[in-house]
Structures are given as C-alpha cells and as structure tokens.
Ligand binder design. Structure first.
Ligand code: SF4
Ligand code: SF4
Length: 182
C-alpha cells in the first residue's frame, strides 16, 4: 500500500517477552516518573483560594461603567453593537426624563442592554468602539451555568455597583484593568 506521508510506522506485532508480560519494568518506569515529580515545583494552584495574576491584556466579562457620581455612562449610541463581530449586543435607547439626571450622565441612555455570552468571543472591540468609557472588559470570568438563557446578560448583570452606595464592590469590579486604563 502506498504511504501518503513519511510518518508511517510499522506496528510491532511480536509476541511479548516474559519481562514484558510481567509488566514490572513498565510499572517501575511509571513510578519513577511519578516520584521524580514529587520534589518539583507544582504547576497547579488551589483555585479559587489562589488565583494567578492576570495578564495586562486579559479580557474577561464586560462591565457597564458609571461615572464617579454613580450615573450610567452609556448613551445607547450602538457603536459597540455595530463593532461586535459576533452580533452579541442588543440594546434599546430611552430618553432621560427630568429628575433622572442622577441616574444617567447624558440625555439618552440604554433602557435595555444585553450581551449574549454564548456568542461573545471576548475580542474587546466593544470596549474599543465605545466613545463614552461606558463598557470595558473586566478581570471577571463569566460564571458557568446549566441553562443557555442564563447566558443572556442584561443591564443589571453588567452594570458596575454604585461607587457611592457600595464603594467596596465598585472598587472590586473596577479591578486593575480599568484602573490602569483610566
Ligand atoms: S467582546 Fe467582542 S464579541 Fe464580545 S460583545 Fe464585545 S465586541 Fe462582541
Ligand atoms: S456601551 Fe458605549 S458604544 Fe455601546 S451603546 Fe453604550 S455608549 Fe455606545
């Protein structure tokens, strides 16, 4: 039979010798490899108690940002949705009403903002497209779930905690990435 590549190996079909049938050399060889790893530095870590430092370019779950007053930055301009190659972002715009100035920074805001995390490829283009510093990729993983519909993240899932009402949670959600970016 003609070989398609030069990587073909002929299978050794000789009957096993007595030593091979005892499997002892193979067992000792395996144990030797196991013992040789006992004194080596462990490559594993005890997650979630221990966490590896993130790379500066790591892109995790999206966060919808607020300004220092706690007002939502997003103006529902749609640029992030247009930039998204996975078509993962949908939104509905609404107009800010008198008395809502403490909630939304600009006259228009996203009444509905959704990201389909099953579509998202974490490319970061939404963050780059945003002219309002309203969305950024955090250092948080998307939590696992059992149902597909749980991966449609709404505004409440994405919005950063209020900096005045919950400063600790705000700081934690902000993480190093947003701080370095600012
Ligand atoms: S990270 Fe990329 S794929 Fe995910 S929502 Fe943003 S633009 Fe779309
Ligand atoms: S997140 Fe940014 S780009 Fe997307 S709609 Fe809001 S303001 Fe526009």
């Amino acid at each position: 039979m003609q070989a398609l590549t030069n990587r073909v190996k002929v299978v050794d079909r000789r009957p096993m010798s007595l030593m091979e049938r005892m499997y002892l050399p193979a067992i000792f060889k395996g144990m030797l490899i196991t013992f040789s790893h006992i004194f080596k530095k462990k490559p594993t870590i005890n997650y979630p108690e221990q966490k590896r430092p993130f790379s500066p370019v790591f892109r995790g779950l999206q966060i919808l940002n607020r300004d220092e007053e706690g007002r939502e930055n997003c103006t529902a301009c749609g640029l992030c949705a247009v930039a998204c190659p996975a078509e993962a972002i949908t939104m509905e715009a609404a107009e800010r009403q008198p008395g809502e100035e403490h909630l939304y920074r600009e006259e228009k805001y996203a009444a509905k903002y959704e990201i389909n995390m099953l579509r998202c490829i974490f490319c970061g283009l939404c963050e780059e497209a945003c002219p309002k510093d309203a969305i950024y990729m955090s250092e948080t993983f998307t939590p696992a779930d059992y149902q597909r519909k749980q991966f449609i993240y709404g505004k409440n899932d994405l919005l950063i905690p209020h900096p005045k009402e919950d400063p600790e949670a705000y700081k934690k959600a902000l993480g190093n990435r947003a701080v370095n970016k600012a």
